[in-house]
Design a protein around this ligand. Structure first.
Ligand code: ADP
Length: 467
């Protein structure tokens, strides 16, 4: 089953980790406790055995004080009622021989073997009751000879009870701890994820029509607030592009509507009463001009749409830029002469790039045309071609009306025309520079403007030279 909510998933993870930690710690605790208890028991057995052995050695007989219980309590602090001991006296004097079943406590072959070597043996054996018994078999050595054996046993009941109590405590604490931690985890996750719900709610309200809405910024420097920041930035960009698209559609329909209205008006007027052939010709010529304007506009919009979609097709081949400048100058000469503007070629280097000749011609012609349009009679427009590092720099500089810094920022936007240009009734729809930039960028280049109002402008097209 897949758990869908992050909160539930976090809680499950948290509880699982806690269970593993609890089990590991519990296991380690249990192991340590049982090891320590066993050590304590062996130490106690050794102590008791030593006392008994000393006593046997002192008295020289196989008997010991009847007050052993008292002795135990004083030295070791426990009652010996569950402890067993035996003193085995070997019968032979010359040779030490241990009888196979000499006392209450069992004597294993291993303990017997170890005792003959003078070594103590610790063993755990079945006890008389329900609990096993831990036994220490300690040889009593005198003058290098084993003369006797002391066996001390202790029921493991207490040890087992302690371990059982430990396990019971763990078993009781585990579900409570798990429940508390799981509940706490669930609440914590809910608290931590509450802002996410809030973000989701606000985001649900934001649609294309309400892109101005923003997610609430808490000012905290945490992950969620950073996410809010990123989403708000994204909304900002979306809002800007939606705004741009809406303005573009409005501008485009307005620009298309104007020539159509003029066309319709002219034709209607012409049809209202009979006209002479010359009058009809004039109307048709004007209609053709409007149709040309419309065609150019639609072509421009189509080119921009293709560039936006990244499907602007370039017919790339080797382009001699000096020849391109010559070509454009030849065509623009008529415009310059009509506007009484001097058109000059300044500083020409012979540079060749790889690109679309017709599109680049369109760019340069637009720049030169603008230069002539926005330069008063008597002014000049200069074209230069130079290498600037890895670029071929085509510069069109005029001594015209110039552009303010604000205008310079906007001239590459679609349908932007400066108030000055609008009042003069000059120019086209304000798509020329935008189209120029799209073409230049499709060539991997860039277009820059530098201008001083009243003194003139310089547009530079930088195209990458083949390396
Ligand atoms: P248009 O077809 O209207 O000339 P452009 O995109 O070519 O459109 O130019 C946009 C605007 O930039 C123009 O309306 C004009 O205000 C300004 N502009 C462009 N070139 C020049 C220039 N050389 N000098 C002054 N203003 C310019």
């Amino acid at each position: 089953m897949r758990i869908r909510s992050i909160r539930a998933r976090l809680t499950v993870w948290y509880s699982s980790l806690l269970t593993v930690t609890f089990l590991l710690l519990g296991g380690a605790g249990y192991g340590l406790l049982s090891y320590n208890l066993a050590q304590d028991m062996d130490r106690a057995l050794s102590g008791v055995a030593k006392v008994l052995a000393d006593q046997a050695r002192r008295t020289g007989a196989a008997s010991f004080s009847p007050d052993v219980d008292e002795l135990f309590r004083r030295f070791f602090g426990f009652s010996p009622w569950q402890r067993y001991f035996d003193l085995i006296t070997p019968p032979g004097r010359q040779e030490f021989r241990i009888p196979p079943d000499s006392g209450k406590l069992p004597l294993s072959p291993k303990a017997r073997e170890d005792a003959q070597k003078g070594l103590p043996t610790f063993e755990t054996v079945e006890g008389p009751g329900r609990h096993p018994v831990r036994i220490l078999t300690l040889p009593i050595v005198e003058a290098g000879r084993v003369v006797n054996l002391v066996q001390v046993g202790m029921s493991m009941e207490m040890t087992e009870a302690t371990l059982r109590r430990f396990l019971l405590t763990m078993a009781a604490l585990f579900p409570v701890g798990l429940l508390l931690a799981g509940g706490g985890g669930w609440l914590l996750a809910r608290r931590a994820l509450r802002p996410v719900d809030r973000i989701a709610q606000t985001a649900r309200r934001i649609s294309a029509e309400h892109l101005a809405a923003r997610l609430e910024d808490t000012g905290a420097n945490d992950e969620l607030n950073r996410l809010v920041g990123t989403l708000n930035d994204m909304l900002e960009r979306l809002d800007a592009s939606f705004h741009q698209i809406r303005r573009f559609s409005a501008d485009a329909s307005h620009e298309l509507q104007t020539p159509l209205t003029i066309l319709k008006g002219e034709i209607e007027v012409a049809l209202r009463s009979p006209r002479t052939p010359d009058e009809y010709r004039a109307v048709l010529t004007s209609a053709l001009e409007e149709i040309d304007r419309l065609t150019r506009l639609v072509e421009g919009l189509l080119l921009l749409a293709r560039a936006d979609a990244g499907v602007l097709r370039l017919d790339r081949r080797s382009v001699d830029l000096a020849k391109l400048v010559e070509d454009v100058c030849g065509q623009a000469k008529i415009l310059a002469d009509a506007g009484h503007v001097v058109l000059r070629q300044e500083g020409m280097e012979y540079l060749t790039i790889f690109g679309d000749y017709d599109q680049l011609r369109r760019v340069l012609l637009n720049l030169v045309d603008n230069g002539i349009k926005y330069t008063p009679a008597g002014g000049q427009v200069g074209i230069s071609l130079r290498r600037e590092g890895p670029w071929a720099a085509l510069r069109v500089a005029d001594s015209g009306i110039g552009l303010s810094p604000e205008e310079q920022k906007q001239i590459f936007e679609r349908f932007y025309r400066s108030p000055e240009a609008k009042s003069r009734g000059e120019g086209g729809a304000g798509l020329g520079l935008c189209i120029a930039r799209s073409i230049v960028e499709a060539h991997g280049g860039k277009i820059q403007v530098a201008s001083t109002p009243g003194q003139g402008s310089a547009f530079t097209v930088l195209l990458p030279l083949p390396s």
